[in-house]
Design a protein around this ligand. Structure first.
Ligand SMILES: C[S@@+](CC[C@H](N)C(=O)[O-])C[C@H]1O[C@@H](n2cnc3c(N)ncnc32)[C@H](O)[C@@H]1O
Length: 518
């Protein structure tokens, strides 16, 4: 018998691809915290607990054909959807198991990576206990586990919203969709009538506007699960500690650098305390963190010395996110805005804007011979944290051939995604084996790509317009649907031109498209 233990199963969740879940992102975050991550060169295993509709699982399987990806979920409809994607995408290295966590087959073996996104805060205490049992038993020594959760204190002023939605929905009749719709209407009503809670918490009142833009399926899964809760970092660290696992870093990458998360006036404690459990909690207060992606390891092996990192860790290649970045470059990281500038970054941008290089290649690069390794490493990591560089799983080839006029999508999985998600209003994620992760396009760009691959550049905008009309998907300008035919045409023509000059070269570099075989 399956045991959802208070988790909603009568309504599917929404599909979504989360790049933090890629083995490469998890490995890099661990390595910059001086932990040796598992290799992903051959036969690694990856388990996703609560994989939902499986978009992350299947995209990552397509992008990492050398790994084996297993997803588990209690909702049979989710598993059915994943099985269709696996079969249509010809994925030999992915499988989905319909089971609750408690009934996970014991002989499933060990995994170098375990991930759970959108699960830990939303399940019962007993199910969380079971997750810890699975982690302890099935994470390979030196393996990495990624867990996301709603965090305190960022949820402090919002928790009553969840309680109002839950209580009101429980009183209503109808299915889950109807009940969340009614609860949302009631929430807006009491906000607009200036209930004292909203008057005293203006940020909570503003938050309601964001909820109105969300998909009802997301709202139901976020707010209506019986055991929803938010955690302080220290509580989660204690739980994983009891399962003999240690905190080894977090995502996004900038969260590993306290000076990129908190204002300078709070930084004294960080300078004087090396206890990470203390500094992480302090950081969450200074940044009012509402969501965390944390990485834990079982028996982590630590890296010695600066060069140790470059020598011990394979499969991480660095590249500038674009070829035309000009310094100084400003990054807004939420609480802190940081500026990248200086000669070291100028050289780094030059050497990794065309080629992808590994850390050891960067450290040995003749143009950096004047710089000490520690400074180079710090600049590379800070550049990634500030969104200037990206980390790939393999060297990404420099474009040697001209950009194809009629491209071809070689991966069956990507062909399936493009057909299946056409103009759905949701972003589309395509797998790139070169980077070991998925790359997300707007559904409109995906429709242009689809048309380009079907019949080339001739009459492209015209054909995209027909697709748009058939799908009834509107184009928006200034937040309003465009109804004027001439303006619609102009906007489509412009979107096609931008996609051809910027989108296509990028997809070529990522190996997502190739020249069509003759
Ligand atoms: C919010 S969704 C997140 C899905 C996916 N990880 C994502 O990010 O899109 C949580 C998922 O956990 C699954 N789940 C909840 N409790 C479970 C349990 N006890 N055993 C197995 N799966 C469970 C749900 O069915 C749901 O698909």
């Amino acid at each position: 018998m399956t045991l959802a233990a208070g988790y909603i199963t009568d309504l599917d969740y929404i599909p979504g691809f989360y790049p933090h879940m890629s083995p490469t992102a998890i490995r890099y975050a661990a390595s910059l915290n001086r932990v040796v991550p598992p290799a992903i060169t051959d036969n690694f295993r990856y388990l996703e607990l609560g994989c939902g509709l499986g978009q992350s699982l299947t995209t990552l399987a397509a992008a990492n054909p050398q790994g084996e990806f297993v997803g588990i979920d209690v909702n049979p409809s989710h598993i059915e959807t994943i099985e269709k994607s696996i079969s249509a995408g010809c994925l030999k290295n992915a499988r989905a198991i319909h089971s609750d966590f408690i009934s996970l087959p014991g002989d499933i073996g060990t995994f170098e990576f375990i991930s759970l996104h959108g699960v830990f805060s939303w399940v019962s205490p007993e199910v969380r206990e079971q997750i810890l049992v699975i982690a302890k038993k099935h994470l390979a020594p030196g393996g990495l586990l990624l867990v996301s959760y709603n965090a305190m204190p960022g949820w402090a002023h919002l928790q009553p919203i969840r309680e109002i939605l839950r209580q009101y929905a429980a009183m209503r009749q109808g299915d889950t969709t109807q009940r969340i719709r009614d609860a949302l209407n009631y929430l807006v009503f009491i906000r607009d009538k200036k209930a004292k809670y909203f008057e005293d918490n203006p940020r909570a009142a503003a938050y309601v506007d964001g909820l109105l833009k969300q998909d009802l399926r997301y709202l139901a899964h976020e707010y209506l699960n019986e055991h929803w809760t938010s955690f302080y970092f220290s509580e989660v660290a204690a739980m994983f500690g009891s399962a003999e696992m240690a905190f080894v870093g977090s995502l996004p990458i900038h969260t590993n650098f306290w000076d990129l998360c908190v204002h300078p006036e709070f930084q004294d404690l960080f300078r004087t305390t090396s206890n990470r459990l203390v500094t992480e909690s302090h950081k969450d207060f200074c940044a009012n963190t509402a969501f965390r992606w944390d990485i834990y390891s079982k028996q982590p092996k630590m890296i010695e010395g600066i060069e140790g990192r470059a020598d011990l860790i394979d499969g991480l290649y660095f590249r500038a996110i674009r070829n035309d970045i000009k310094l100084p470059h400003q990054s807004n990281l939420g609480v802190v805005t940081s500026t990248v500038q200086g000669p070291l970054y100028e050289i780094l941008l030059k050497i990794i804007s065309q080629n992808t290089l590994s850390l050891s290649e960067i450290l040995r690069h003749p143009q950096l011979a004047e710089n000490v390794p520690a400074d180079i490493l710090r600049a590379v990591d800070a550049g990634v944290a500030m969104g200037l560089f990206e980390v790939n799983a393999a060297p990404v080839a420099v474009l040697s051939e001209p950009i194809p006029k009629q491209p071809y999508v070689p991966l069956a999985f990507n062909q399936f995604v493009l057909e299946n998600d056409l103009l759905s209003g949701r972003p589309v994620s395509l797998a790139s084996p070169a980077t070991g992760t998925g790359h997300t396009l707007g559904d409109f760009d995906a429709a242009i790509l689809h048309e380009l691959c079907s019949a080339g550049e001739e009459g492209l905008a015209e054909r995209v317009l027909v697709q748009l009309t058939d799908s009834k998907r509107s184009i928006q300008k200034d937040g309003k649907p465009v109804t004027d035919d001439t303006l619609r045409r102009e906007m489509v023509e412009q979107a096609c031109a931008v996609f051809l000059t910027e989108g296509i070269p990028r997809l070529c570099r990522l190996g997502i498209i190739e020249p069509k075989p003759s």
